[in-house]
Ligand binder design. Sequence first.
Ligand code: ADP
Ligand code: MG
Length: 269
Amino acid sequence: MTETAYPKTQPLESPLYGLEARRVSAWFGKHKVLERVTLDMPPGSVTALIGPSGCGKSTFLRILNRMHEMIPGAQLSGEVLLAGQDIYHASQRPQHVRSRIGMVFQKPNPFPTMSIYDNVLSGLRLAGIKVRDKDSLVESCLRRAGLWDEVRSRLSTPGGALSGGQQQRLCIARSLAVSPDVLLMDEPCSALDPTSTRRVEETIAEISSQVTIVIVTHNMQQAQRVSHYCAFFLAGAGEPGGIVESGTTEQLFGDPHDPRTADYVHGRF
Ligand code: ADP
Ligand code: MG
């Protein structure tokens, strides 16, 4: 893998919505796993969450779209604001929140026997969205996910027949179909080979002007290539996880303020 950074869209002038986590703590039963996490994820930017396994990155991601509450025994405190509104406010329906804040997982999970075409459209009914021109929506989502040229002649092929990397881009296309404000990605390239990883990174760079992205990655080069902002999570032995340091990606990698961040980004633990 080269160190070349992708051209990053400037986040500042975007009309998109960002996410803000304020003092978020989380428990599984009596086990506290996150301690007062506060993080700003600005509109139209890519924020990378980095840190060792078990420090609460996936839990934090699930809290950002109300998937955490689906786990038995899971609790949380704090606020998550989308466009300034708390997604946990009584007036917010979890289903609606999850359609505005999509999730892409480590293991690509298209519906394996469903056609590529129907896979792209599969989230719409759940989100209560009706579309007049399905063909053009499918094409635009597959184009944005960088998959159109590879699949345009075989849209009725089952999603499960694609390669792992193509399946992951299909999952991104499916997420984009509901026009989310935010896309959460939990180690989206961990199961992919370097070429497929590169294609997914290109897709992230491409869509980051249209959707706010939060990505968990263990790949430090990837964090530097795709993200504008970065947050370093850490958990002491038997302690809940939290953010040691967050800032621009340039600052976190080039001039980390905390020695633990410096050790982590330089691969010293
Ligand atoms: P990371 O993604 O950084 O590896 P996780 O968010 O998966 O970390 O896990 C944080 C902590 O929460 C770990 O101690 C893990 O064992 C615990 N945990 C995660 N999921 C569950 C669950 N469903 N039930 C109980 N404990 C969990
Ligand atoms: Mg994880």
